[in-house]
Design a binder for this molecule. Structure first.
Ligand code: BES
Ligand code: MN
Ligand code: MN
Length: 455
C-alpha cells in the first residue's frame, strides 16, 4: 500500500501544488480587520476542496469570530473516528520590505514554496486534506474522518472553546490529528509530545496627559517609554529567571533521569546560531537550549511602541507607551493564574509618576501527549516508514492553545504530526515549505491512517 500511495502522490503532485497555491493566494490574516472578506473566501475555498475530496456535510459554521469549516466522511459508525484540526488563518506579513517575493504570490525557489502560510498552517493543513482525498477516492479509508478547520488560531482561538462546547456531539471522535508543528530535520523526524501554553498581555503606561516638549519638560517628568523599559527590565534577573512572584510555583521540574533522556534529542547548536545569525545564545541559567524552549517557561516582549516612530525627529516626551508581552508556559502552569500574577506584579513595580493598565489578550494551557497510545504508535510507524528512522518524541516550544482545551472540553488527546523545519521561517518574512516535506507529509499521514486502523 505504501508504494501505491507514493505513486498516487507523485502523479497528482502538480495539481496538489497548484491547488495549494490558490489557497495561499488568499490573504487570510486573522488579526487584521481589513481581511475579513478574505477569511470567508479562504473558508469557502477549503469547503470546495473538501467536497471534491469526497467529504460530506461540508459547511461553514459560524462562530463569534471567523467560521469553522466542518466536513466529515462517515464510513461505518462502528469504525474509529479521526478528527482533523488545522487553522486557515495566517500571521501578519510585516516587515513587508524584507520579503524577497510578495507573501501572497506563492513561488517555488530551490524546491521550496515561499508564501505566508506555506508551512503554518495552510501548507500543513492541505497535506491532511490531500491524504484524506487519496485514501477516500481509492476506498482505502477504514475509519471515519471529520474536519474542523478554524480561522482564529493565530489570534488565540478565541471562539473555538464555545464552538466545541456547543458541538460536542458533532465533534465526537477517538483522536484528534493535527499537522501544525515540526520535525528536528529530515534525518531526524519527530513527533511533538508537548506544547507550551501562553499568556499574552498588553500593557499601557501613561505619564502626562499629552505629549510634552522634551526640552521644556525633559528631566522633570516621568517618560512613559523610559519607565516601561525599566519595568520590563525588572521582569527577569541576572540569571534570566522570571521575577514575577509565584511564577514558577506550578512548574513541573524534570528529574535528572528525564533530563538525560531529553539530552539525547539531536541538536546542533552551531547550526542553530548560524541559521538565525546570532553570535551567542541567551537564556535561563543552567539549562540547555532545547530545555529552554521545551521544558522551561519564557517571557518575551513581542512589540513595544510609543512616541515618535516615523521618519525624522520630533522632540517629545510621549504621554503613553505600550508593549505586548507573552509568557510561554509549561505543565502545570495555568494561563489565567499566570496572567493575574503578571498583572499584580506589573502594577506593583510601577512608580507613582505613571499609571498602568494591563489587559489580558488571550491564552491557553500547556499540553503533554502520551507516547504509548495506539495513535502515537501508528504515527511513529508512519514516520519510520517514510523517513527511514524512528521519530523521537520532542516537546515543541510553540503553542496551539486549543489543543489543551480539546482535552478539557471534548475529552480527546491530540496526535501532533507536523512536518515543518526551523528554516521554514514561520511568522517571519520569506516563510517557506519544502515540496519534499509537503509530499512526505501527505505520505506519512496516509501511512498513519493505515497503521491506526489495522487490527
Ligand atoms: N503552528 C504554530 C505553533 C507551533 C509551531 C508549535 C511550531 C510547535 C512548532 C501556531 O500556529 C502558532 O504560531 N501558535 C501561536 C499561538 C498564539 C498566537 C496564541 C504561537 O505559538 O505563538
Ligand atoms: Mn500553526
Ligand atoms: Mn502560527
Amino acid at each position: 500500500m505504501g508504494q501505491f500511495i507514493k505513486t498516487t502522490i507523485e502523479s497528482n503532485k502538480d495539481r496538489f501544488i497548484n491547488e495549494l497555491f490558490e489557497f495561499l493566494r488568499i490573504p487570510s490574516i486573522s488579526s487584521s480587520s481589513e481581511h475579513k472578506e478574505f477569511m470567508i473566501k479562504t473558508a469557502e475555498y477549503l469547503k470546495e476542496r473538501l467536497i471534491e475530496a469526497g467529504a460530506e456535510k461540508a459547511k461553514l459554521m459560524p462562530t463569534k469570530g471567523f467560521p469553522v469549516v466542518y466536513a466529515e466522511k462517515m464510513i461505518n459508525p462502528s469504525y474509529p473516528t479521526v478528527l482533523v484540526y488545522g487553522h486557515y488563518d495566517v500571521q501578519p506579513i510585516d516587515p513587508i520590505e524584507l520579503w524577497k517575493n510578495p507573501p501572497f504570490e506563492p513561488i517555488i525557489i530551490n524546491e521550496k514554496i515561499y508564501a505566508r502560510g506555506a508551512d503554518d498552517d495552510k501548507g500543513q493543513m492541505f497535506m491532511q486534506i490531500k491524504a484524506f482525498e487519496i485514501l477516500n477516492k481509492n476506498n482505502l479509508l477504514k475509519c471515519n474522518v471529520k474536519f474542523m478547520l478554524e480561522g482564529e488560531e493565530e489570534i488565540g482561538s478565541v471562539s473555538l472553546e464555545a464552538f466545541c462546547k456547543e458541538n460536542k456531539e458533532l465533534l465526537k471522535a477517538d483522536i484528534i490529528l493535527v499537522s501544525d508543528t515540526g520535525i528536528s530535520s529530515m534525518e531526524n523526524p519527530a513527533i511533538t509530545v508537548g506544547l507550551r501554553g501562553i499568556s499574552y498581555m498588553e500593557v499601557e503606561v501613561t505619564g502626562p496627559n499629552r505629549d510634552l516638549h522634551s526640552g521644556h519638560y525633559g528631566g522633570a517628568v516621568a517618560n512613559p517609554i523610559n519607565i516601561l523599559c525599566n519595568m520590563i527590565a525588572k521582569l527577569k534577573d541576572a540569571d534570566n529567571k522570571i521575577t514575577i512572584p509565584g511564577f514558577y510555583d506550578d512548574v513541573v521540574v524534570l528529574t535528572e533521569e528525564e533530563r538525560r533522556e531529553y539530552a539525547k534529542i539531536p541538536f546542533d547548536l552551531g547550526n542553530f546560531k548560524h541559521e538565525i545569525g546570532i553570535s551567542n545564545i541567551n537564556g535561563e541559567k543552567n539549562y540547555t537550549t532545547l530545555e529552554r524552549t521545551g521544558i522551561r517557561p519564557a517571557l518575551d516582549v513581542n512589540g513595544i511602541w510609543g512616541g515618535h516612530i516615523t521618519e525624522g525627529s520630533k522632540t517629545v516626551i510621549p504621554s503613553k507607551a505600550y508593549a505586548k508581552i507573552s509568557m510561554r508556559l509549561i505543565p502545570n502552569q495555568n494561563h489565567e493564574k499566570i496572567a493575574k500574577l503578571f498583572e499584580d506584579y506589573f502594577k506593583t513595580i510601577a512608580p507613582d509618576s505613571v499609571s498602568v493598565k494591563v489587559s489580558y489578550l488571550h491564552g491557553g494551557n500547556p499540553f503533554l501527549s502520551p507516547n504509548n497510545t495506539k495513535a502515537y504508535l501508528a504515527a511513529s510507524k508512519a514516520y519510520e516508514e517514510v523517513f527511514g528512522k524512528k521519530p523521537l518524541g520532542v516537546r515543541g516550544g510553540g503553542s496551539i492553545p486549543i489543543i489543551n482545551l480539546f482535552e478539557e472540553v471534548l475529552g480527546l488527546k491530540s496526535i501532533l504530526m507536523g512536518f515543518g523545519l526551523e528554516s521554514d521561517a514561520i511568522h517571519s518574512p520569506n516563510e517557506n515549505f519544502p515540496i519534499e516535506n509537503f509530499l512526505k507529509g501527505i505520505e506519512t499521514i496516509s501511512a498513519f491512517y493505515n497503521y491506526y486502523t489495522e487490527s
